[in-house]
Write a protein that binds this ligand. Structure first.
Ligand code: NAP
Length: 228
């Protein structure tokens, strides 16, 4: 039987990379994206089924995740209408009981609150959170709520926490750690294509169930230093 994956937020950069990785593996791909963004998927026409609509539309998510073995969700904190938490809740509520659920976010999410952040990182987060909310652009705290709800769920979830991102050819599967202060993560850089690769590989990695790996490029200096 063909392995079926739903990508919630399929039209973004991460979503498109994940689509390609899934098609390369012979998976059937369905996805959800905003109506005005469907054209971004033109190069996949005929190979993916798209459900146009907001990724926090529960009815659309319900239809899209039906019969899927895995769901890859791009969690974004856009706007101030609990976009992340409603998206995550719809996936948790409607995905098949045994489906693997992989969610994306950043290092600012902490599963066990044991992550230690630099002063600069905390200042950036605080400024982004405050300005984003003031101007109604983004609600970082809602991404935190979304992830806390995921962490409390009994479903087979993994929350992948991305470092700073850059474009470029794949460098291979990123290295990861449970806590951001681990020296292996010090370089704080990953190619977006490899963030997507990690998300897709996580679908079939039972060792990552109920983990929140913070990732870094396997070729970043901090990751190479750990190998030597
Ligand atoms: N950017 C970074 O440096 C960084 C660092 C660490 C972790 N991350 C994580 O990586 C993931 C992907 O982030 P990305 O920056 O690479 O973005 P991305 O893949 O380009 O995805 C952006 C997503 O947000 C949607 N979006 C944009 N504007 C929106 C709006 N006004 N209302 C609703 N949806 C909107 C896009 O949909 P459309 O296609 O419809 O516009 C798309 O699905 C996220 O989970 C993020 O938390 C990012």
């Amino acid at each position: 039987m063909v392995y079926k994956v739903c990508i919630v937020g399929i039209s973004g950069l991460l979503g498109q990379y994940m689509t390609q990785h899934c098609l390369d593996r012979g998976y059937e791909v369905v996805g959800v994206c905003r109506e005005e963004s469907v054209h971004k998927l033109d190069r996949f026409k005929g190979n993916v089924t798209v459900y146009p609509g907001n990724t926090n539309d529960r009815e659309i998510v319900r239809k899209a995740v039906k019969d899927c073995n895995g769901v890859l969700t791009v969690l974004m904190p856009w706007g101030v209408q609990q976009y992340s938490s409603t998206t995550a809740q719809a996936v948790l509520d409607f995905a098949e009981p045994e489906a693997r659920l992989i969610f994306s976010c950043g290092w600012h999410i902490s599963k066990d609150k044991q992550d230690q952040y630099s002063w600069g990182f905390l200042m950036f987060l605080s400024a982004f959170g405050w300005i984003g909310k003031l101007f109604g652009i983004a609600e970082l705290s809602d991404q935190v709520t979304a992830c806390d709800n995921i962490f409390a769920s009994n479903k087979k979830w993994t929350v992948v926490r991305g470092s700073d991102l850059e474009e470029g050819e794949s460098q291979g599967l990123p290295a990861w750690s449970r806590h951001v202060q681990d020296p292996i993560l010090a370089s704080n850089i990953t190619r977006r294509i490899d963030f997507a690769l990690f998300m897709v590989e996580a679908l079939k990695c039972d060792g990552l169930i109920h983990e929140a790996p913070a990732i870094v490029s396997c070729r970043a200096p901090s990751a190479c230093a750990q190998k030597n």
